[in-house]
Design a protein around this ligand. Sequence first.
Ligand SMILES: C[S@@+](CC[C@H](N)C(=O)[O-])C[C@H]1O[C@@H](n2cnc3c(N)ncnc32)[C@H](O)[C@@H]1O
Length: 328
Amino acid sequence: MQKLLYQTNLGKMLVGDSVEIAKKYLNRYYSGKFQLIITSPPFPLNAKKKYGNLKGDEYKEWFTSLAPIFNELLTDHGSLVIEIGNAWEDGRPIQSLLHLECLMGLVNHPDADLRLIQEFISYNPSKLPSPAQWVTVNRLRAVDSYTHVWWLAKSDYPKADNSKVLRPYSKSMENLLKRQSYNSGNRPSEHDISKEGFLKDHGGSIAHNVFEFEPIDEKREVRLPHSVLSFSNTNSNDFFLRQCRERKLKLHPARMQPGLISFFTQFLTDENDLILDPFAGSNTTGYIAEKLKRRWLATEINEDYAKNSMIRFEDPELEVNFTKESIE
Ligand SMILES: C[S@@+](CC[C@H](N)C(=O)[O-])C[C@H]1O[C@@H](n2cnc3c(N)ncnc32)[C@H](O)[C@@H]1O
């Protein structure tokens, strides 16, 4: 059964198997309550990581069985956001289609009503070259440097507002807004550019579905949404990393980009909405939710990861009323 490890002003961290917790506890008290479920589940890996990732068909079966569970927990206009990496066939230089089968499994599940709203790509040039055998040893393949982020929902119109996650304007757009003039008329692409459509300052440009955490070209700046930038490579994540190093604690090996969580939190929820991360690891989700004044619930099977995640809430920037519990 679940164990409440700690709670803060806005959230709770439970330790245990998320599927069991959902079936025995969340279904009873939190059915239809989560506005956002955001998570990076254990990836289907070839080599098993510490937290015991499943492989192949076994993984697909397990992953697909999550569809009705998430479906039950989401509000009618809630969103499910899943970050998942690519997998490769065992001992072969070819990509596995397992992640696509998993996606099909979610949207085709007979006891759920999920659909893919939009796919995002999270590109991370600092990722270590992998799969190492084919990239660095045999030099046969390019570096696998992105993860998929699937945004699913039970309705075609989940709550969403892209004006909350604007990107900074490009230099040329800033100049145009200052100048208040540009060439209107027909373009070779057959777009008809109106006379004034681009003269109004909307506070930024609309976000794209690719997150580029560092520029591929060093001379070019990345233009990520403000919601991502304010949580990427800044002090917000440093406190936890610094404290883990000082206390000689092992960092979670697969932490999610805080900027990614912040983007979807601001895009898809409002203050006080409830957010779930069922595979919470170091609880990046709980931390971001607390910062952005959303209520949250996190579950994690590995008690050490869950315990270490308490450190996030000691961050003086948060001003959290924090209680450590040990209720079985
Ligand atoms: C990719 S990591 C998530 C990392 C997290 N997003 C973060 O920022 O730290 C996946 C996590 O799922 C946990 N996990 C695996 N199977 C689980 C299960 N059945 N129930 C709950 N947690 C599980 C693993 O221990 C691991 O910490």
